[in-house]
Design a protein around this ligand. Structure first.
Ligand SMILES: Nc1ncnc2c1ncn2[C@@H]1O[C@H](COP(=O)(O)OP(=O)(O)OP(=O)(O)O)[C@@H](O)[C@H]1O
Length: 620
């Protein structure tokens, strides 16, 4: 029978595990380490810790004074039936209530200020840190989970560090004040009342582990829910076009049910814990009442004395109970702390050297020297021993089949990753020796996937150079052949284009991206499949703006359909991450190798980019 009930209890309090987790749990961290980790973020609010401490002392003193007044009412007014002391007792009561109201106000405002300042500092730092992580991190992680950490988990860390500690302090001080009074009143009864403290402690310890497991599961599930919502809603067109709403709902429901189960487990644990605490309290109170009544009968205690003792005792138990509950809250919040620490412990794969060089505006000499690169966690070389040299102002076309490694070249040029072997150089300096921000100021990109933010057309163009004047923005739009269509938009340059440019056509969004690159005015330009997704006519339309953009800049055009590459100064053909051919368009056609084959396969349907290079330089 006992074994059965134990088994039922264990099942009741258990938290289900999920072997196919969308988001995996963060590694455990001891509360002490977590505390040490987050303490520096309290810096701005530490000067208020003393006032908060003072409020914590005064609060229980006021409460104790109220109870003491009650003793006086019983012993000096009620028992002798004497109304004379009543007036000053009433005045004292009123004074205490007003005083504690003022105190409560000051306490609330100050503690909220300290908490919110802490949240501000921590959240900003977590966001800054996440932004500094390399592209590789975002390619591996689920964005929704990262968002849930920046929002929900950061809030929980505040409970862990400040509210939790402030409450803990408050309880300890309350405990001290009431214990002192109880000892003063009846030391023998007090010792009897304290017999239950170890019981409280044992119960709290036992339950804290269960609570932590349930909280970990809840936070992890919250991350999964955000991840699935972000992925489904972010790709809503795909979901609806393929009628996958039901599958997405099921995925979402699975995680939501997981969170529901974790929340229920947590509720059951709390629900079992609360009556246990009450029983422990009752044992103490009954013991005191028994001995107290005996002492009353013996005439060793007044009725007011006994009533006050019992009232103080309940005030003593409430902080003890609070402390034991707090350990649970603390453990629950530490599950969130683990998730934030895991995020903060991520190191960017690309780090700026301590003595990074500044080069100002580069001439635009780009070189890949024996570059080999593997994406983290993969065994296949995305690039093997790739070398080429692009002299300032000339154009290199990178061609090859899908997956040949063309975009990877662009990512290495922007230093989203560092090569495993060899080096990438700008003006003869290894990118690893350059200041990251300066390197990126020297490179403008128009990517395969057009990146348009939710905001106005003007903001989208000025993203390339935030201090750009209105005239510069319009000039860039004109050069990108975007001015005319912008004028036709309902509010011209002030028209809000939806996230990812949803309210624009592919060609319009692409021209906006070209205007952005134009305004950046960088000496090196990377065009990654600039005509992808555009029909022949739209492809034709952006050729002229692209030509304008490329003039006078070192350009790497990445393409696998050859439509944009014919007139490049030189072409490098990649296959399986290796350079298999290099030369000019005509040379390569004459050679009748991989390039000629690709050329025959794709045909040239759109006029090629004809940049008028100062002189065609044969690349190394
Ligand atoms: N983030 C990544 N993590 C792991 N492998 C990757 C990643 N990005 C690309 N790869 C792999 O690296 C290889 C080269 O990819 P890359 O994107 O450079 O090809 P590509 O030539 O630009 O192809 P496409 O013309 O289709 O855009 C491919 O095998 C691809 O699967």
């Amino acid at each position: 029978m006992r074994r059965v009930s134990l088994h039922v209890l264990r099942r009741l309090l258990s938290v289900a595990d999920d072997p196919d987790a969308v988001v995996v749990a963060a590694p455990p961290v001891s509360p002490r380490d977590a505390f040490r980790r987050f303490w520096p973020y309290t810096r701005g609010g530490r000067r208020f810790l003393i006032p908060i401490l003072v409020f914590s002392v005064i609060g229980p003193v006021v409460d104790a004074a109220e109870i003491w007044l009650f003793k006086i009412v019983v012993d000096d007014v009620l028992v002798p039936r004497d109304l004379r002391p009543f007036l000053w007792i009433a005045l004292a009561y009123t004074g205490l209530i007003i005083g504690s109201g003022v105190l409560g106000f000051a306490d609330d405002v100050t503690s909220t200020w300290v908490s919110e300042r802490f949240l501000l500092a921590l959240r900003s730092d977590v966001f800054r840190h996440v932004q500094s992580l390399s592209l590789g991190f975002f390619e591996r992680r689920r964005l929704g989970d990262v968002l849930s950490r920046i929002t929900g988990d950061v809030d929980a860390v505040e409970t862990f560090l400040l509210s939790g500690v402030a409450d803990g302090l408050y309880y300890v001080i309350r405990l001290g004040v009431f214990l002192g009074l109880l000892f003063y009143l009846r030391w023998d009864l007090t010792i009897l009342a304290l017999v239950i403290v170890p019981l409280f402690w044992c119960a709290a310890r036992r339950f804290s582990r269960l609570i932590k497991a349930a909280s970990r599961e809840r936070r992890r599930r919250s991350g999964s829910i955000s991840a699935i919502a972000e992925e489904s809603l972010g790709n809503i067109a795909l979901v609806q076009a393929y009628n996958r709403q039901e599958t997405e709902e099921q995925r979402f429901a699975r995680e939501s049910v997981g969170k529901f189960r974790a929340a229920m487990a947590s509720a059951r644990i709390h629900a079992v814990y609360s009556p246990i605490v009450e029983v422990i309290e009752l044992i103490g109170a009954l013991a005191v009442m028994g001995l107290g009544t005996w002492k009353l009968a013996q005439g060793q205690l007044t009725l007011g004395g006994l009533l006050v003792f019992l009232a103080l005792l309940s005030s003593l138990y409430s902080p003890i109970r609070g402390l034991s509950h707090l350990t649970n809250t603390f453990y629950a919040a530490s599950a969130s702390a683990e998730r934030i620490i895991e995020l903060l412990d991520q190191r960017p794969q690309v780090v700026e050297a301590a003595d990074a060089r500044r080069i100002g505006r580069a001439r635009g000499d780009v070189e890949f020297r024996g570059v080999s690169f593997r994406y983290p966690g993969t065994s296949r070389w995305a690039l093997s021993d790739v070398s080429f040299h692009v002299t300032p102002g000339t154009t290199l076309a990178l061609v090859g089949a899908s997956g040949a490694g063309k975009s990877t070249v662009g990512k290495l040029q922007l230093r989203f990753y560092d090569p495993d072997q060899g080096s990438v150089l700008l003006d003869g300096t290894d990118l690893r020796d350059l200041q990251l921000s300066e390197l990126r100021e020297n490179v403008a990109v128009v990517l395969q996937e057009t990146l348009v933010f939710h905001g106005t057309v003007r903001e989208n163009i000025a993203y390339g150079r935030p201090d750009a004047a209105e005239a510069d923005i319009v000039a860039a739009a004109r050069a990108a052949d975007a001015h005319d269509f912008i004028q036709l938009l309902p509010e011209g340059y002030d028209t809000v284009v939806g996230q990812r440019g949803r309210t624009l056509s592919g060609g319009q969004a692409q021209r906006l991206a070209i205007a952005r690159a134009m305004i950046r005015d960088a000496p090196v330009l990377i065009l990654d499949e600039p005509t992808t997704g555009l029909d022949t006519q739209s492809g034709r339309r952006i050729m002229e703006p692209l030509r304008q953009l490329m003039a006078g800049r070192t350009t790497i055009v990445i393409s696998h359909n050859l439509i944009t590459t014919r007139d490049a100064t030189s072409t490098v053909v990649l296959d399986g991450g290796r350079v298999v051919e290099r030369g000019t368009h005509e040379d390569l056609l004459l050679r009748d190798g991989a390039y000629a084959r690709l050329h025959r396969l794709n045909g040239v349907t759109v006029p090629a980019l004809s940049v008028s290079p100062p002189a065609r330089k044969v690349l190394s």
